[in-house]
Design a protein around this ligand. Sequence first.
Ligand SMILES: C[S@@+](CC[C@H](N)C(=O)[O-])C[C@H]1O[C@@H](n2cnc3c(N)ncnc32)[C@H](O)[C@@H]1O
Length: 270
Amino acid sequence: MIEQRTLTAHQFGAAAAAYLASPAHARGTDLGRLAALAHGSQGLAALDLGCGAGHAAYALAEGGAQVTAYDLAPEMLAVVEAEATRRGLCNLRTRHGPAERLSFPDISFDLVVSRYSAHHWSDVPAALAEVARVLKPGGTLIVIDVVAPETPLFDTLLQTVEILRDPSHVRDYRVSEWTAMLRAAGFGSFQADSWTLPAEFASWVARMHTPALRAEAVRSVWDQAPAEARAHFQVRSDGSFLMDVAWMQGRKAPWGGVAGWVGLIASFAP
Ligand SMILES: C[S@@+](CC[C@H](N)C(=O)[O-])C[C@H]1O[C@@H](n2cnc3c(N)ncnc32)[C@H](O)[C@@H]1O
């Protein structure tokens, strides 16, 4: 029996080249938004958590940030290094490890981004506590991820097809769950917006090497799903469907949270 993190590293290690080529990952207006955010900010220290084949990291680095691309799967990092060299990006380095335990000193980054990764993390609150630790006061966290509908039936169906397709899936959280987790980790001025992402069935299962039996089970789940759920996900006859993706952005308190305020007040004390 293998543990969740090992399973994740194994699943993605075997799929590294496919993620570099995947249009669903290589394209998206969110990548343009990330590049615009980094543009003209030479020296902005950015961390891409769960970088995969590096599409968010390239957007930030091409915008001018100093980027650290971080992932659990060494094969993904090898792909990122080769692609960064091919693109002539000298401002991008890679580091290996889990999001839940970061090997970076406190207050080392201005911006932390995570795109399409957090639904695989075994402990999101632990990862958010680590992000809060490594961000500078006033620093920004952007999580871009598939999110579950707030309707319980739709939520259950989404998690079901996700885990059948990829056994390393943990949970597509609802925006309301993200809001609570981000607030609990101390991120203020929270904002979110969302759009839909097509999951084209054939490439969606091929990318993760889903065995035929499990791919068939996904189709069976959709076939028997209630009409309102099929309508919500716009399920097509080949099993393709639409997922909701959200951009969730929070800011660490400018004075480093409660500890920062205590320190600031203490510094004025007679
Ligand atoms: C879908 S890929 C990410 C796509 C990429 N961010 C992009 O913009 O194209 C998900 C990545 O998250 C990584 N991952 C999953 N769980 C992780 C964890 N706990 N810590 C760090 N990385 C993790 C996987 O190894 C995988 O490379």
